[in-house]
Design a protein around this ligand. Structure first.
Ligand code: TRP
Length: 334
């Protein structure tokens, strides 16, 4: 039997290069080795977007199509929608007795997100809802309702995994051994920098190239990318290590990257020509992904069916696990 892997994504926007080089490429490998459950975490998406349900709704299909476009195989990966598995919500309630409020407030991921919210909304703390503070509990339920043993996540998610492991230990020590303690595998060992040179490419940072960006958008973004500020004239020698254009050449123009580097250092390459070459390489890289995506856009019913089929398998698995949980907790009445 294959081990179970589970991960989730909030449907709050389209995927960008950061997702692709970070998480996406590792998912492609993992789909062959594990039974892979991939949760479209609409309920978690709503913790931050409860007043914008249209956004979450729209992005369930969008993000599923992005994931299919990068090559995830629906025969190997069970794509499912979180809210269609009410057992997750049920288990979240059971778990909420096993976690203290102060432990949640000390969770480094939650702490960082609260600090960010305070920066955005002022220091009154009123933007912190019960649901937001509790989302690590809900995420622990996401993982364990499927008996997920391995969880591919980004570095920022490690404290959530640790919290999940604590909940599992507490549950098992009180009610008996029901759950396995899940382990994290880092999926984004490669963090991709943004167009502005920021260490992280992020949707909310406004420095991302999205997989669905049109050729025109890509061209505009790359034309405005940060280059070596000391290079004024076309034939000035420059330092590629501080140039974002060179940085992306390394990712999508591997065949010619050595030339790019040498010519840049030697002053034999103007920035405009260099950017044009990158635009070309980026399009060659993204076009096959867009082609696959176009197929799903034109056949939306296939996407609906992929989500339906995956959700059915997930639901069955969650029902079985819930039986064991209720037995252990002595709330099995039939
Ligand atoms: N919190 C994760 C994120 O924002 C998404 C997520 C939801 C998740 N449920 C999960 C990740 C379960 C791993 C396992 O990226």
């Amino acid at each position: 039997m294959k081990k179970t892997i589970l991960t989730g994504l909030r449907p709050t926007g389209n995927l960008h290069l950061g997702h692709l080089f970070g998480a996406g490429e590792s998912y492609l490998k993992l789909q062959d080795e594990y039974e892979f459950f991939l949760e479209i975490a609409d309920v978690q998406g709503l913790t931050d977007n409860f007043n914008n349900p249209e956004k979450v709704r729209k992005n369930v299909k969008e993000i599923t199509m992005d994931l299919l476009a990068i090559g995830l195989d629906p025969k190997k990966v069970h794509f499912f929608i979180q809210s269609k598995i009410p057992e997750i919500a049920e288990l979240t309630v059971f778990y909420s007795n096993l976690v203290t409020v102060s432990r949640l407030e000390r969770n480094p991921t939650v702490k960082a997100e609260i600090a960010q919210k305070k920066e955005l909304f002022g220091n009154n703390g009123e933007s912190i809802t019960y649901g937001f503070l509790g989302y690590p509990v809900s995420q622990a339920a996401d993982i364990t309702i499927f008996d997920g043993e391995v969880v591919p996540v980004g570095e920022d998610q490690l404290p959530l995994l640790e919290q999940c492991r604590e909940i599992v230990r507490k549950f098992n020590s009180i009610y008996g051994e029901v759950f396995k303690e899940p382990t994290a595998v880092l999926s984004n060992t490669k963090r991709i920098k943004g167009l502005d040179g920021n260490e992280k490419m992020g949707k909310s940072l406004g420095n991302a190239i999205f997989l669905i960006d049109s050729e025109e958008t890509i061209s505009n973004k790359i034309m405005n990318a940060i280059t070596d500020p000391n290079k004024i004239k076309k034939d000035d020698p420059a330092n590629p290590e501080i140039c974002m254009v060179y940085y992306y050449h390394k990712l999508v123009n591997k065949e010619n990257v050595e030339n790019v580097c040498r010519e840049c250092k030697g002053g034999d390459r103007g920035c405009v020509a260099c950017k044009k070459e990158l635009i070309n390489a980026m399009n060659n890289f993204l076009n096959p992904i867009k082609e696959r995506r176009k197929f799903y856009e034109e056949n939306e019913q296939i996407v609906t069916d992929i989500l339906k089929d995956g959700t059915k398998i997930a639901k069955q698995r969650a029902e079985n696990q819930m039986k064991k949980i209720k037995e252990a907790m002595m709330i099995n009445y039939d």
